[in-house]
Design a protein around this ligand. Structure first.
Ligand SMILES: C[S@@+](CC[C@H](N)C(=O)[O-])C[C@H]1O[C@@H](n2cnc3c(N)ncnc32)[C@H](O)[C@@H]1O
Length: 242
């Protein structure tokens, strides 16, 4: 942090604190405590970042809001508490995997929920560009290569079919076919493509019943982009196939 990201997102003192926390968290043996502390550090870094994104350097979007006034240490301690409180036992064994959904192999699932990047010709839906820093932090920059020539020191984006309209439509078809025996739920937004009718048509190839549930949704912290679209008037849809 103190060398690679000097002067980019946080003050030198904050970078030192992040380095100290990274080092100390790496020593926590209990995997659950380790995960809680790491999640808290990531949350603190997002809260302490104007707009919560890493597409720009410096602090030009600092509007003085409460979250930005708190120190990073305070944010971390509050996040530890919040994350800890969010832990509960659902009585099941739970797994999480990280990787390309197109290649995911799982046993028969009762329900598959898909929340992909929303494709729009008006804005980019590049998650790595926005969140590279916190993903790098989470994986200790292992398995990714920082592009040193970039101002933001972002790493190279993964290829994803959701970057183009044709790719997104084909990806939905592929995923719906793959999980045709499960209840399907997909989050999608009204200003994204494929359109609502097209999405229903793709899902109807594999599911007898398809319902569209519109949800009024206001984009908030951590989900902003530099898009020029009016985010406040966006509607979120849930496509449900069964
Ligand atoms: C709308 S966000 C999901 C947010 C998530 N549900 C949450 O609440 O934090 C879309 C996510 O899909 C990821 N993504 C993009 N292409 C993917 C792919 N081919 N396989 C798996 N994930 C992908 C993006 O990196 C991004 O994190």
């Amino acid at each position: 942090m103190a060398s690679t990201f000097k002067g980019l997102y946080y003050t030198d003192e904050e970078n030192d604190l992040i380095d100290t926390l990274r080092t100390n968290i790496a020593d926590i043996k209990d995997q659950y405590k380790h995960a809680i502390a790491m999640t808290a550090l990531i949350r603190a870094c997002i809260k302490k970042r104007p707009r919560g994104i890493f597409t720009y350097t410096g602090h030009r979007y600092n509007d003085g809001r409460k979250d930005l006034k708190k120190t990073l240490a305070q944010q971390f301690l509050e996040a530890v508490e919040a994350v800890n409180k969010a832990v509960f036992d659902n009585g099941q064994i739970n797994y999480s995997k990280q990787g390309d959904a197109m290649d995911l192999i799982v046993e028969q699932a009762d329900l598959v929920y898909i929340d992909p990047p929303y494709y729009s010709p008006l804005s980019d839906n590049e998650y790595v560009r926005r969140y590279h820093f916190v993903e790098g932090l989470a994986r200790d920059w292992k398995g990714v290569k920082i592009q040193q020539h970039t101002k933001t020191k972002k790493f190279k984006s993964y290829p994803t079919p959701f970057a183009t309209l044709k790719g997104a439509a084909e990806a939905f078809d592929h995923l719906f076919r793959k999980f045709a025996d499960s209840i399907l739920i997909v989050s999608y937004s009204s200003n994204s493509l494929p359109t609502q009718d097209e999405m229903v048509a793709i899902m109807a190839k594999y599911k007898q019943h398809v319902e569209v549930i519109p949800i009024d949704y206001r984009y908030s912290f951590g989900n902003q982009s530099d898009a020029k679209t009016n985010r406040n008037s966006v509607q979120e849809y849930l496509f449900v196939g069964y």
